[in-house]
Write a protein that binds this ligand. Structure first.
Ligand SMILES: Cc1ncc(COP(=O)(O)O)c(C=O)c1O
Length: 478
């Protein structure tokens, strides 16, 4: 509910019983419609021409066909999403991590309706209702439990949250202008983030003005090359020290994507991060934690909590599942006035839904060793193992990969077809046709990626999801 003084008209609207009753009616009615969606299904007969015309129009707007023939109808139920042609799919990628609470969630519909009663759709840095601040306040209260983060800036995309983070680091350590990042990281698509993000395609044609020194991430290949885990950590520390010696006092920050998203759902142990972060601290280099993809999904709410690294984090970014995006920092990194602003902080609905999502993460049963994330991750692994046992030829050994499934918590990956890029993409597309939406990640080996809506999933859903996957993979295996 909006927070205004009790005499204000805004408060009268927020507490109006007639409005509350109308919202209750709408939520119940929408829920009744959505609850009729109970399984994947093909398109309704006679819809293909109209649906194709929608896809053509969407493709014309973008200048190329959509990656998946996917236009939502506006309806869905938990992990199931309905498309405009009446077909229903298991949504195991959730807009690359945005719909963690699935589709048609009654609480989120309610907060959206409440947001819709307000005088303005969007809020800004100059003028705002309270929800933008409340969103960041709730986030900070959660962050403060296990870190030194105290203040924040709210914005509309992950890439802009990262832009704000790099500015905070640059200002604190001016004139240091270099950045340290992991190989295969992803940070978004602004001009600066596209340069730091380690993908050749992402920076093609972009002037290279940001000086980035890349560190190896924790991969089986890197560890094998170094001759063991301890040796790998030692060599990485030497490499980091070498960069610092080569460019003394010129590094503003080290950007840590603690669980690599686009890079392949790669995870690393605490010791590796601690070794590198200790060097950062000793050399006055900001530790910047980008959890835009991983927040909420690892064993604890913050990935830095899962890895017990909260003490080290100077600057932090979140987005995707929180609907609104934010950059947080410690007292020492507080920027000077004028550094961070912009017309929009976001829409009222971003904040009301974002606040509700943070509350549901906080009050739910997701985290810890026996939490829902751990349980569903285990079921996912069992399903992959069963599929690989049934179709061993679909899962040939992959060089430098011990296991055909990986990731952590709600970040799940499997590696069929030897991690071959073309086959993985074809398999994802075939699975889409068979009723499950997946995506890919990694730069070789490539993986099938899932960011499922764990809070709204039941254990029994996995069997159905994997039936669709089996049919899809069969088409590609030939
Ligand atoms: C780790 C990470 N950082 C930043 C971003 C960029 O966020 P956005 O696409 O909202 O700009 C992403 C998006 O995938 C991401 O995974």
């Amino acid at each position: 509910m909006p927070e205004t003084m009790s005499q204000a008209v805004g408060s009268q609207i927020a507490h109006d019983d007639a409005i509350k009753a109308a919202i209750d009616t709408i939520v119940a009615q929408v829920n009744q419609h959505n609850s009729t969606i109970t399984d994947a299904r093909p398109a309704q007969e006679g819809t293909s021409t109209d649906y194709q015309s929608l896809l053509d129009r969407a493709g014309a707007v973008k200048g190329r066909p959509l990656l998946y023939p996917m236009i939502g109808s506006g309806a869905g139920n938990g992990p199931l999403v309905e498309l405009a042609d009446g077909s229903v799919k298991w949504d195991m990628i959730t807009g690359i991590g945005v719909h963690f609470f699935g589709h048609g969630h009654p609480d989120l519909i309610r907060t959206s309706l409440e947001a819709g009663t307000q005088d303005a759709v969007k809020h800004g840095n100059l003028q705002s209702n309270f929800e933008a601040y409340r969103f960041c306040e709730v986030l900070l209260d959660l962050a403060k439990r296990n870190s030194r983060l105290t203040q924040g800036f709210v914005t509309t995309s992950g890439a802009v949250a990262n832009e704000s983070a790099i500015k905070v680091c640059y200002q604190k350590h001016a004139p240091a202008s270099r950045v340290i990042a992991f190989s295969h990281c992803f940070m978004g698509r602004t001009v600066t983030m596209a340069q730091i993000g380690d993908s050749a395609g992402g920076r093609m044609g972009i002037p290279l003005t940001t000086q980035v020194d890349y560190m190896p991430f924790w991969t089986e290949e890197n560890i094998a090359k170094a001759g063991g885990e301890a040796q790998f950590i030692e060599r990485a520390c030497e490499q980091l020290q070498e960069y610092i010696n080569r460019y003394p006092k010129q590094h503003a920050c080290f950007i840590f994507e603690l669980v690599q998203g686009e890079g392949g759902f790669n995870v690393a142990p605490r010791e590796y991060f601690v070794a590198l972060m200790d060097i950062c601290k000793a050399n006055n280099i900001a530790v910047w934690d980008d959890e835009i993809q991983s927040f909420g999904r690892t064993g604890e709410m913050f990935a830095y909590e899962t890895l017990d690294l909260g003490e080290y984090v100077d600057v932090f970014c979140v987005g995707k599942m929180t609907q609104a995006c934010a950059t947080l920092w410690t007292n020492e990194y507080a920027p000077k006035p004028g550094l961070l602003s912009g017309t929009f902080t976001g829409a009222t609905q971003d904040f009301t839904a974002g606040i509700r999502i943070l509350e549901m993460l906080r009050d739910g049963d997701l985290y810890g060793e026996s939490g829902k994330l751990a349980k569903h991750h285990q079921i996912f692994r069992e399903q992959v193992a069963a599929l690989a046992a049934k179709h061993p030829n679909w899962f040939p050994p992959v060089k430098h990969l011990d296991d055909v499934c990986g990731g952590i918590g709600g970040m799940m990956r499997m590696t069929p077809f030897g991690g071959d890029q073309k086959k993985i993409a074809a398999a994802c597309k075939a699975c889409f046709d068979e009723g499950v939406i997946l995506f890919w990640c990694g730069h070789g080996p490539h993986h099938v990626r899932m960011l499922p809506p764990v809070p709204v999933m039941e254990e029994s859903h996995w069997l159905k999801v994997f039936e669709c996957i089996e049919r899809g993979f069969a088409k590609v295996a030939g």
